[in-house]
Design a protein around this ligand. Structure first.
Ligand SMILES: Nc1ncnc2c1ncn2[C@@H]1O[C@H](COP(=O)(O)OP(=O)(O)OP(=O)(O)O)[C@@H](O)[C@H]1O
Length: 586
């Protein structure tokens, strides 16, 4: 028997035929805008499709099963048409470049033209200079720029580096911040330069991962250079671009340029000081500071920034009561301990979700206890949506889809083969994630799942010391925060104030292995609760904070919601805060 619309919960106004817009029984009841008619139905053909949640089907064969809605699908890009007409040898284009010290032959070689372009921000067609982005002789994108400095790149086209084809066979690559800077370097005799497609991130931007999307498609290209010169602008966004490029491409092969006083970028140098000075700037580069080798000159901008802006704390946890005691800064590592089942993993997951939401941070997570992976995604999705995965009030399909896509963008999971479960291997995988995804944090949960096959010549203490040093080095080198979850050695129950036998709050000194845990960690946190009690309160003991700008020892309570895995900050429930000259129990 053939089915009708009511079998699928679809409401068609009586007598309507042809194309009808109506609400979607799958997603509308769960949306804020419940009355929006997001379901397109063709009544005559008996087919439907929801423009919001992608639910589709036909009366004949029913609702379509979504095979793997989250599967990776290759990105498809549009290739713009670019047929440069011969340009006049004089006039506005030539004059514009001449004023910037770029001669006609360089404009011609780079096939730059002037033409009419629709500028969405102006909602009109204007005359604009057009910079074609070539890769292997083919135009992949075009940057258009009008005389008021409005920019546009082609819709749906891939964002790649500008000037890729000029660098084939070079050992050294120069990266600049704009097309004109790249052309300026050509004038100074350096063809081996590329410009980032989107300029530098704004100093206030929290999430600027999309500015670096060109790296993923250029991995092979970028890996071919022994030396990379970062010749970006001499301003705050330029500094941010320089730091992020060095962090992702590897500081050890990056070099920095110092522009002369009063010059902002390569083109400024060309115009104000001439091509010889620009050449000298590129020839007199300084190595990017790497861990362990610093001159005060290497970090003088940071000193001035510190003087001007004051101390910068770490990233806030998302729970104001806890923020008073600990914030998590890049370049550091934190020990997280607690008795089994105290909620260490839940707490870390909730923290990462908060950091991802507030700062756009991305993470690589080694958490074999959270496998199979779908269980881990379940926990992260619950925290993101604020609804459980199962049960009557669970998240709907639209919320699930949104959550899974979000988790996919923010989290990478590391699980090396059983015979490669070493600290080195995990850090190697994390290094790739830094380059590709710009991750800001790593979680190792727990430490004892790593294969600690220590060399015969090392004691356990020496081995732990070495491994923790590697972690510290990695955090600093890549400017990321590392959280290591480690279990305490066997604890004995003790009598509490009420005479009950309870487990004491473990300290970093209780962590199996050695006192190096306490000494080497930048921060130490214990997640503690009385297992078995009905109370959903969890204590977070901040037992060590190395840098006072990031916090101070103290204890707070958070309330745990078992169904969503979220923690909330019950106003006024701070157990005690210890700081300043107060006696500190840790
Ligand atoms: N405050 C709480 N109240 C009730 N249940 C909790 C609380 N915190 C965590 N749980 C539950 O306890 C279980 C263990 O949590 P989790 O895996 O985070 O602990 P853990 O400290 O990482 O454990 P392990 O040391 O065994 O790895 C989970 O089912 C979690 O939902």
């Amino acid at each position: 028997m053939s089915k009708d619309w009511t079998d699928f919960g679809i409401t068609i106004p009586q007598g309507k035929t042809g194309e009808v817009a109506t609400t979607c029984p799958q997603c509308s009841p769960h949306r804020k805008k419940q009355n929006v008619k997001c379901l397109s139905v063709n009544v005559d053909k008996g087919v439907w499709h929801c423009n919001h949640c992608d639910w589709r089907g036909t009366l004949k064969s029913g609702a379509e099963e979504r095979s793997n809605p989250y599967a990776w699908t290759p990105k498809t890009y549009r290739k713009p048409e670019y047929r440069p007409e011969p340009q006049p040898e004089s006039g506005s284009l030539v004059d514009w470049f001449a004023a910037r010290g770029i001669p006609l032959e360089v404009v011609k070689r780079n096939r730059i033209t002037i033409g009419k372009v629709y500028m969405p921000q102006l909602e009109e067609e204007v005359n604009a200079i057009r910079f074609p982005y070539y890769r292997a002789g083919e135009v992949v994108n075009i940057k258009s720029r009008d005389h008021r400095k409005n920019f546009r790149m082609e819709t749906g086209a891939e964002r790649i580096l500008y000037g890729l084809d000029d660098c084939a066979g070079a050992d050294v690559l120069i990266i600049v911040e704009g097309e004109i800077d790249k052309l300026s370097l050509e004038v100074a005799g350096f063809l081996n330069s590329v410009s980032v497609p989107d300029g530098a991130p704004s100093p206030k931007a929290k999430d600027y991962t999309s500015k670096f999307s060109f790296i993923e498609g250029a991995e092979d290209f970028l890996s071919g250079f022994q030396r990379i010169i970062l010749a970006v602008d001499n301003d705050e966004p330029g500094k941010k671009l320089e730091e992020e490029l060095a962090r992702r491409l590897g500081r050890e092969r990056c070099w920095m340029v110092q522009w002369p006083e009063g010059c902002k970028d390569a083109n400024d140098v060309l115009v104000k000081r001439g091509r010889d000075t620009l050449r000298e700037c590129i020839e007199q580069v300084r190595p990017y500071p790497v861990q362990g080798l610093f001159d005060v000159a290497d970090f003088s901008p940071q000193i001035v920034r510190l003087y001007d802006n004051g101390h910068v704390s770490g990233a806030k946890t998302g729970w104001p009561c806890l923020d008073r005691f600990i914030t998590f800064a890049p370049g550091q590592w934190s020990l997280v301990t607690g008795i089994p089942g105290s909620g260490k993993s839940e707490f870390i997951d909730a923290l990462l979700v908060n950091l991802a939401l507030a700062y756009g941070w991305t993470f690589a997570v080694f958490s074999p206890e959270n496998y199979p992976l779908e269980l881990h995604v379940q926990k992260l999705a619950e925290k993101f949506v604020g609804k459980p995965f199962f049960g009557r009030s669970r998240m709907d399909r639209t919320e699930l889809d949104k959550a899974v896509r979000w988790v996919n963008e923010r989290f990478t999971f590391m699980l090396p083969e059983a015979d490669e479960l070493t600290v080195d291997r995990i850090l190697n995988l994390a290094k790739i994630a830094v380059r590709r995804k710009g991750i800001r944090g790593i979680v190792v949960d727990p430490w004892n799942e790593i294969d600690h096959n220590r060399p015969a010549n090392l004691s356990e203490t020496e081995y732990i010391s070495q491994s923790l040093s590697k972690i510290r080095r990695f955090a600093r080198e890549h400017d990321i925060h590392v959280w290591v979850v480690a279990h305490p050695a066997k604890l004995r129950k003790e009598k509490d104030e009420a005479g009950r036998m309870v487990y004491p709050v473990p300290t970093p000194y209780d962590v199996s292995g050695s006192a190096h845990w306490r000494n080497k960690a930048d921060n130490a946190v214990t997640v503690h609760r009385e297992i078995g009690s009905d109370d959903s309160m969890v204590q977070v003991h901040v037992q060590k904070v190395r840098f006072k700008t990031c916090g101070k020892p103290g204890v707070v309570e958070l309330r745990y919601d078992y169904f969503t895995g979220r923690y909330s900050d019950p106003e006024g429930r701070t157990v005690r805060s210890i700081g300043g000259n107060d006696e500190c129990p840790y």
